[in-house]
Design a binder for this molecule. Structure first.
Ligand code: ZN
Length: 165
């Protein structure tokens, strides 16, 4: 009969072997990829980090006719505001972080790449969920930080964090 019908075992065997090797390599690579992904997820929490300072624009206060600082909006509107005092009662400084207390309670330690380690001591009307606000000594410095998505190390349990994701 025709030679075309003859099986050419070596010619068929190589592609199968190559596909097998490719599949094995792919599975190994995929497993490693997933492993690294899982380790990353455990090591860091992706947060939106913005910057703020003590100014009226950042902290929602304005000066009345007598020069006294008062809250400019919210349920405290018109009430005296102590500039630079956090909701936790501490003096705002580098390392002060404002966060959603339902996600990161006061006292939570968060290491923020590019900023350093800080402690949640403050809250903010617009700071909800996995969004934190970092204190800077000037409005310019806060603006220069801008808004960044950074992988942070959270050093205290945050039982409600999953809800906010
Ligand atoms: Zn400011």
């Amino acid at each position: 009969m025709s030679a075309r019908r003859k099986r050419k075992t070596p010619a068929r065997g190589w592609p199968v072997a190559a596909a097998g090797v490719f599949l094995a390599v792919f599975c190994f690579w995929y497993a490693m990829f997933k492993l690294v992904e899982a380790m990353d997820a455990r090591e860091g929490t992706m947060l939106l980090a913005t910057g703020y300072c003590n100014c009226g624009e950042c902290c929602g206060w304005t000066r009345g006719e007598d020069g006294v600082a008062v809250y400019s909006y919210g349920e405290m509107k018109g009430r005296p505001k102590e500039i630079g005092r956090t909701s936790g009662g501490t003096i705002a400084k580098h390392g002060t972080i404002a966060a959603d207390p339902a996600v990161f309670p006061h006292g939570t330690v968060i290491r923020v790449p590019g900023y350093g380690e800080g402690v949640v001591e403050d809250v903010g009307g617009a700071i909800k969920g996995n969004h934190i606000d970092l204190w800077f000594p000037s409005h310019g410095a806060a603006k220069r930080w801008g808004a960044r998505r950074v992988k942070c190390i959270v050093r205290e349990p945050m039982p409600n964090a999953a809800k906010a994701r």
